[in-house]
Design a binder for this molecule. Sequence first.
Ligand code: NDP
Length: 461
Amino acid sequence: MSSYDYDLFVIGGGSGGVRAARVAASLGKRVAIAEEYRYGGTCVIRGCVPKKLFVYASQFHEHFEDAEGFGWTVGESSFDWKKLVAAKDAEIARLEGLYKKGLAGANAEILESRAELVDAHTVRLAKTGQTVTAKTVVIATGGRPNPHAALPGHEFCISSNEAFHLEELPKSIVIAGGGYIAVEFANIFHGLGVETTLIYRGAEILSRFDEDLRRGLHEAMVAKGIRILCHDTLQKVSEGEDGLILETMNNGTLRAGVVLLALGRDPNTEGLGLEAAGVAVDERGAIIVDDYSRTNVENIYALGDVTNRVQLTPVAIHEAMCFIETEYKNNPTRPDYELIPTAVFSQPEIGTVGLSEEEAGKRYGELEVYRAQFRPLKATLSGRAERMIMKLIVDAASSRVVGAHILGHDAGEMAQLLGITLKAGCTKDDFDRTMALHPTAAEELVTMYAPSYRIRDGKRV
Ligand code: NDP
């Protein structure tokens, strides 16, 4: 019997922390987990899950419009923001309960308190001042929105955290940033009837995605009525008589009811006692870990967004499972970051896995690019001016598909399945000999027989 109070102490009750605690406890380890806010973490409480519910809510007005083309007459419709927020909150509370139930069912001790390290094996619970000891510590405290403190007037702006609990839906919103959060919320607010402007410093939104899809999404968003200002940044935000006044670098003065900053997220490491425990962080405050998520302190691991590796829920969960293998199953396992499928829940959606055309062009001597752009069947009767884009990037030498990119309905669902095929190393021939499933949009993926163009030494030929 060890002299520590626990075999494992987990700080942070988000996706990564809960998984590590639950599985370790189910293996018979004595586990405690501490969370200062709500169990479920960013993903469940104020991230992926409530965001997706808001995405659904924001799509209905287009569904109502589309219905007419199919013979329906939809009566007058109206939207109640408070009702949506309350329904979302009820669902989130249910999910939070399930997280706790899973932990309790595995016999992990659930602590509702902030926890800070006193030394490598000792944790202090802020609520009671009590200290406890553990053989192994996992830090999974996640991240928080970058407040952009250098922006004069940033205190008048909100982050995605507050966007989930606005008292009223504003008439207008300006969203700063061009990443996942900015783009998703621009589509949500626009869909709910808010006059929406996106302001982004670069040449094109979603800098890490395939250029073709970025352009396609930008055009689709503008066509819906979202204003997108690229090559521009906010210089100052101040309070006016009826809303906020924004000075921009290149587009003069803007006005908005709400300004949402979506300029990346910072790791939650402040005041955690990392110095006292001797845990090293990088220049952004992220905990530095080795290939097995172990920090420079032998018995302390860190998982998920707090390490700033890949800020995605399934990645944090995967890192937690690798930690379990490494620490408790005598099977050192490194998280695998190759070919992570990802989606942007914009409208239309982006779903992608593998290399963009630009990235693949740098890595492979010759590429075949298969590209289809078409009007989905549903858009024929609805009359919606909407195009889907599908792209496969193929290494010409091996015929392996190294990237797959989709813009359009259910792109995220398709990207999940394409993730399996790319992970399995499927070649273009495998796609070609797969029977099409008709009539679907996805059948395009297996019916693009001739390359649309080639990329040789990074250049289109
Ligand atoms: P992202 O990293 O996606 O985007 C940050 C954006 O802010 C980029 O457009 C970036 O520009 C811009 N930016 C950063 N600093 C500045 C600055 N000083 N001035 C002006 N612009 C700036 O972060 P998000 O906040 O959107 O999301 C955080 C993370 O959460 C994402 O990385 C993602 O991993 C995860 N997430 C995933 C979702 C999903 O899976 N669907 C949904 C939401 C979040 P530039 O591109 O030029 O650097």
